[in-house]
Ligand binder design. Structure first.
Ligand SMILES: Cc1cc2nc3c(=O)[nH]c(=O)nc-3n(C[C@H](O)[C@H](O)[C@H](O)COP(=O)(O)OP(=O)(O)OC[C@H]3O[C@@H](n4cnc5c(N)ncnc54)[C@H](O)[C@@H]3O)c2cc1C
Length: 449
């Protein structure tokens, strides 16, 4: 009895009598008390939740395309660089890409800002380059493409194809002349291999000719699709020496007589990348601008092997950007009164996307480890390029699908990833050509025609 009185006293003490008085003027308190006492536990809990302001806002998990936390394998310095590039891309690039993509123009103002990150020519030794790992180079390609595949392509041509040609095939003088300025992005490069009538068959069929004369080399013919060419300071032109039939590389400087570039218009993918149709008409290149260590297509192939792994990483970035955008959208978009992310069929798409994305990331990590260990073979890079670009196509298309109509609007970003994935799928060796490379390696039979 005494304890009951004590409890009642404690209860009375905790009640704000003034507030109770005000309440009793508005509602029939004894009747309310009688009704409350008839409620069961569940109903009482619901009532309390309602009095506490309804459902607490659900805390959603962070959006993270690195589901297996591969970043944990990085050193502290590498992780810091990854996050620095990510922050730069989010802050400086994301806000402007859609407008430039729509206008089919290149945002030149980003070049000095990209240069400040000091990531150009990341894996090369000397010439101002950082001498870091291929893994880190891949991660950076992924981070850039996660926001925009065009900027990643521009950067890949500069840092990989153009600088790589000079780094692998140039003389010491040529490296000294070009690489430090290209590393700082004060000079921009392009890489001209493909021709209007020769794409996949470049290994044996180049038609651009190089003829040695007393004054130097005379180049004739056309190159198509050459990224950065409309504004590049130097374009590496791969041409067949008419005397020995071997493919040689030439550094053709901007404005060289007989070197004309027309911008390719009307692309439905990578619209920020400026691709050129180059016409060489008796274009004279001095012997000092012939890549001194490029003696056959085997040397060209070394450059392509170096960069093909980077393209696989780029595909991962494109897929990751699309996945993360789509996941974010599905958590915000409501239909039938619920976030669409809570629907089973939508979750199935998201999980399919994440499975492929996770497999792709794991694959390219290992690919770069092989590269860093000096064990990378053509077929390793080709397999990664085939697998990642194929899966990326699937991921971007599902990302578009879960976004309904908004998936085709540029402002939601995924439409851009969807279109850009098509170009990544085809350049630096199509699926068929890379499959033939892997097929030859595993069967021992070449199926090339
Ligand atoms: C946006 C963009 C940027 C590019 N940037 C550059 C650049 O900077 N520098 C550069 O040199 N090039 C560049 N390219 C060119 C690119 O590398 C080529 O498009 C690519 O190699 C394919 O060549 P192609 O387009 O001529 O197709 P094709 O070779 O004509 O192939 C057409 C189809 O036939 C298939 N095919 C061809 N041969 C075989 C075979 N033997 N067996 C089975 N199937 C086959 C192909 O797989 C493809 O499906 C770029 C291309 C694009 C789209």
């Amino acid at each position: 009895m005494l304890s009951k009185i004590k409890k009642a006293y404690q209860l009375l003490k905790s009640i704000d009598l003034e507030a109770l008085d005000k309440l009793s003027q508005k509602i029939d308190l004894p009747k309310a008390m009688a009704s409350f006492s008839k409620l069961d536990d569940k109903q009482l809990k619901g009532l309390m939740k309602m009095l506490e302001g309804g459902k607490a806002k659900k805390e959603l998990p962070p959006i993270n395309g690195d589901f297996y936390e591969l970043h944990l394998r990085l050193s502290e310095a590498d992780r810091a660089l990854q996050l620095k590039v990510r922050d730069f891309m989010e802050r400086e690039i994301r806000p402007l890409v859609n407008q430039y993509w729509l206008r089919d123009e290149f945002p030149f103002e980003i070049i000095p800002k990209l240069a400040e990150l000091n990531i150009c020519g990341l894996t090369y030794e000397g010439y101002g380059c950082a001498g870091r790992s291929s893994l880190m180079e891949g991660i950076i390609a992924m981070e850039i493409a996660r926001i925009d595949a065009s900027v990643a392509t521009f950067f890949g041509v500069q840092s990989g194809l153009a600088m790589g040609s000079i780094y692998l095939c140039g003389s010491d003088e040529q490296k000294e002349e070009w690489l430090p300025a290209m590393q700082q992005m004060k000079l921009i490069g392009a890489f001209g291999l493909t021709e209007p009538e020769v794409g996949s068959g470049a290994a044996g069929g180049l038609t651009v000719t190089a003829r040695k004369t007393d004054n130097g080399w005379v180049l004739n013919g056309q190159k198509k699709w050459i990224g950065n060419a409309p504004f590049a300071d130097v374009t590496v032109i791969w041409a067949k020496d008419v005397d020995d039939g071997e493919v040689k590389g030439f550094l053709v400087r901007k404005g060289a007589p007989g070197f004309e570039v027309a911008k390719i218009k009307g692309k439905m993918a990578l619209r920020i990348v400026q691709n050129g149709l180059i016409t060489l008409t008796d274009c004279l290149v001095p012997e000092s601008d012939r890549l001194q260590h490029a003696n056959s297509f085997k040397d060209t192939a070394k450059v392509l092997q170096l960069t093909r792994a980077g393209v696989a990483w780029m595909a991962v970035g494109c897929a990751r950007g699309a996945y993360e955008n789509a996941l974010d959208y599905t958590r915000k978009r409501k239909q039938f009164g619920k976030p669409i992310a809570s629907f089973q069929l939508i979750q199935n798409h998201l999980v399919e996307m994440l499975s492929n994305l996770t497999a792709m990331q794991t694959l390219v990590y290992r690919l770069s480890e092989l590269q860093d260990a000096g064990m990378l073979r053509d077929e390793h890079a080709s397999l990664a390029k085939v697998f990642c670009t194929l899966r990326t196509r699937d991921i971007v298309s599902r990302a578009r699908e879960v976004m309904g109509g908004n998936g085709i609007l540029l402002e939601y970003d995924v439409a851009r990833f969807l279109a850009d994935a098509e170009a990544i799928y085809s350049y630096e060796g199509t699926k068929e050509i890379n499959s033939l490379i892997v097929g030859r390696s595993i069967t021992g039979f070449s199926a090339f025609v």
